[in-house]
Design a protein around this ligand. Structure first.
Ligand code: FUC
Length: 759
């Protein structure tokens, strides 16, 4: 086993590929570990240009003037001709983006170190995933220098401590900078303040840093604080904006009071107490899951571990995989905690005023992928920002539904921001994706399936799901050719022509309707349940098998076996949906399609393919995709790269590894469904299965040895395992056996152990 640390033997010089991320959901920082000048580039998740008050004007993406008959016009062409070029549809239904904005860097914290040395000895820079702390240590002029940084969620600060192994050796100047011209820096009594308003939208931002020393002296400059000859020194930083997640203005309180209070409380608490509170908070989440793939502590730095990785049989390869799995969980904890926005395309980390894709919320795969691992890998709390965010799209999405479609309910298209952008833009191959709202609710329902909390279903998830379903009840069109209900216009991300009833569109709506009907049953909303079931019966399921045995991407058999596009959207029903099961006819067709698409793609695309292959119960192919991702789409700091850096692939890969070990989408707990031959012996503790069950399993020579199920809810349970034939279940349980499954009535609060019969 390893202690799950990323480490390097030199400072980072590049933000994207080398610096190391810390974060508390709201605040993030990238640590460089310099020995002359140290840099912590930092972020606050709500600092965005665009939205209400933006210079360009903001329209939520809604049509700025009515277009009566525009959608019907496109539908009629599609009814008649079967297809339409994306450019033609964008000309009819799109409009240029205005005031969409972009996620902004907040600033940089610099430490100009007095012990400048060209070649310090015994340098080490590390990120401990278990402790959620970044550290830098080296020796210069015979003095061992140490620095430690963490981003604490309880205190909402980024804290750092500089120390040395000899008294009086800590000397540095701390300064801050911001890329925003209107940000002013002031200093008083060891407190630096950056405060300003974004030129684009007037959003107020403020960060404060306080510097506290032990021994030595501290001097305030005009825009910096200098520490000389201290034994150690601590800084704490907090930051905020006047953003509020409230439609339609998205503004709240001035951040000054909250930032001041956070910084002052943290200073009063003291570094050690802050650190203890942070570690306890982090470990309560991170330590729930432990994966052992037979790795051992690597003796080489993480960048060399990655470079040497082949996906073969070495313990170092296992170490990298186990580290990568844990890193996805670490990154989610660091970029998504209650009370803030969800993790965006870069989590919470961004150093550019014009980040790729605005650092936004793309919702035709990316935001969804960010949260696949949340429940599965026992981090349900981290999905709270996602739940809040999706619920916050309902009001602006209702306006878009009404104004654009004359429909009830709500929707969001292909990408969105923190200001309720639920309308369209005019990039032909991605502007139109009204299914995104329905897809976003899938995870809301899945959260219920995992945790079985009926109060959450009733009060939080169901109203949002119902609104999404109302939109589709009002807008599905009857296909004149066969009388089925179809989505029209429909577009399979992000290639080909527009048509009616592309497979992904149909599968998403079907998934939504099935989930809403189930939820309505649970909650006793019989009338609505009836309407949804009626529509389900007429809905084209989007599961056609085509001429070369493939699962068709479109209603017409147009698939090109040579097409290697990164989106494999028509496999939605396999994953994250649950309409296709491995071994079924559609499952086989999905395998044919996936094989044809190949093992290439961008970072997130490879990550999705890990999940697809796991759902097809092909552990070796899932593992091959994992190794493709590690070899070709992973940076030295183990960030996923599209390219450029995009965090979805990190999250998707960790989710995929969990799918290889435990699946539960089909109302049974399938243990080790897709164990690859590269992982012959190992164990995992703490993965979650739907039905409020936590699963531990150990395996040897490719077969389960012992399974423990911690059951949170009384009721029937079914487990699929190769152990089923000859095994014992603890607690005097005599399970019903059928093939590879065991079923019994489980009691809440009980741990059941399934183990092979001892000879
Ligand atoms: C989707 C993908 C792109 C990229 C973007 C952020 O549109 O098709 O590859 O990941 O999101």
């Amino acid at each position: 086993m390893t202690d799950l640390t990323l480490w390097y033997d030199r400072p980072a010089t590049d933000w994207e590929t080398q610096a190391l991320p810390i974060g508390n959901g709201t605040l993030g920082a990238m640590v460089f570990g310099g020995t002359g000048t140290e840099r912590l580039q930092f972020n606050e998740k709500s600092l965005w240009t665009g939205g209400p008050g933006s210079r360009e004007g903001y329209d939520f993406g809604d049509w700025t003037s009515p277009r009566p008959g525009a959608i019907t016009g496109v539908q009629e062409v599609l009814d008649r001709d079967g297809n339409m070029a994306p450019e033609a549809v964008a000309a009819a239904l799109g409009q240029p983006k205005s005031g969409f904005g972009a996620y902004q860097p907040f600033g940089d914290l610099w430490l100009d170190l007095a012990t400048q040395q060209d070649s310090p000895a015994d340098y080490r820079r590390e990120l401990s995933l278990g402790e959620a702390a970044a550290r830098v240590t080296y020796t210069a002029d015979g003095v061992r220098h140490s620095r430690e940084y963490f981003a604490g969620h309880p205190a909402n600060v980024i804290a750092g401590r500089l120390s040395a192994d000899r008294a009086g050796q800590v000397s540095f100047t701390l300064r801050v900078s911001t890329p925003h011209g209107d940000g002013r820096v002031s200093v008083s009594d060891g407190r630096l303040t950056i405060r300003g308003r974004l030129a684009d939208n007037g959003m107020t931002f403020e960060a404060q840093v306080r510097v506290v020393t032990e021994g030595g002296s501290r001097t305030d400059g005009v825009d910096r604080v200098t520490v000389t000859g201290a034994d150690s020194a601590v800084f704490v930083l907090s930051a905020g904006t006047d953003y509020a997640a409230v439609h339609p203005h998205y503004r709240g309180e001035d951040p000054h009071a909250a930032v001041t209070a956070a910084v002052d409380r943290a200073v009063a608490q003291g570094y050690e107490a802050l650190r203890r509170a942070h570690q306890a908070d982090h470990r309560a989440l991170f330590d729930r899951v432990r994966l052992d793939l037979g790795q051992r502590e690597p003796s080489i730095p993480t960048d060399r571990l990655l470079a040497a990785y082949t996906g073969g049989a070495s313990a170092d390869d296992r170490a990298l995989e186990a580290l990568f799995f844990a890193y996805g969980r670490y990154l989610l904890i660091a970029s998504s905690r209650a009370g803030s926005l969800p993790a965006n395309l870069q989590g919470v980390w961004n150093d550019s005023t014009a980040p790729p894709w605005s650092g936004d919320y793309h919702v035709n795969i990316n935001l969804q992928m960010n949260y696949w691992l949340a429940d599965q890998t026992n981090l349900a709390e981290t999905a709270q920002p996602y739940v809040d965010y999706v619920a916050g799209l309902v009001r602006p999405g209702e306006i878009t539904a009404r104004e654009m479609f004359g429909a009830r309910g709500w929707l969001v298209h292909n990408e969105t921001n923190p200001f309720g952008f639920t309308g369209v833009h005019d990039w032909a191959t991605s502007f139109w994706f009204p299914e995104a709202g329905a897809w976003l609710t899938q995870q809301l329902y899945d959260r219920y399936r995992f945790n079985a909390d009926a109060g959450y279903l009733r009060d939080t998830a169901y109203p949002v799901m119902k609104g999404a379903a109302e939109f589709w009840l009002d807008t599905l069109r009857t296909d004149p050719h066969d009388g089925t209900l179809v989505v029209s216009p429909s577009y399979s991300p992000e290639h080909g022509d527009f048509s009616a009833g592309a497979s992904m569109s149909q599968q998403i709506v079907r998934d939504l309707f099935a989930n809403v009907a189930e939820a309505a049953d649970v909650l006793g909303d019989a009338e609505f349940c009836g309407r949804v079931r009626d529509a389900l019966a007429k809905l084209d399921p989007g599961l056609r098998i085509g001429s070369w045995g493939q699962l068709q991407e479109w209603k017409a058999d147009l698939d090109d076996p040579e097409n290697g596009h990164r989106h494999v959207s028509h496999l939605f029903a396999l994953h994250p949906g649950r309409q296709i099961a491995a071994g079924s006819r559609e499952g086989e067709a999905a395998r044919v399609s996936l094989t044809a698409r190949g093992d290439g793609g961008t970072g997130w695309s490879k990550a999705w393919k890990i999940n697809f292959w796991a759902r097809l119960l092909d552990g070796d192919h899932a593992h091959r995709m994992l190794s493709e991702q590690l070899r070709t789409s992973t940076l030295d700091n183990l960030w996923d790269t599209h390219p450029p850096f995009q965090i979805d692939g990190n999250f998707g890969a960790s989710a995929g590894m969990a799918e290889m070990l435990v699946q539960s989408q089909h109302d049974e707990i399938h243990v080790l469904p897709a164990l690859p031959s590269a992982w012959p012996t190992g164990s995992v503790r703490g993965l979650r299965a739907r039905g409020d069950v936590t699963v531990d399993v150990s395996w040897r020579d490719g077969a389960a040895e012992r399974i423990t199920l911690h059951v949170g809810r009384t009721g029937p349970i079914t487990v699929r395992t190769t152990l089923a034939g000859g095994c014992r279940v603890s607690g005097g349980v005599h399970p019903r056996r059928s093939g590879d499954t065991l079923s019994w009535d489980a009691q809440a609060g009980t741990a059941y152990t399934v183990s092979g019969v001892s000879p």
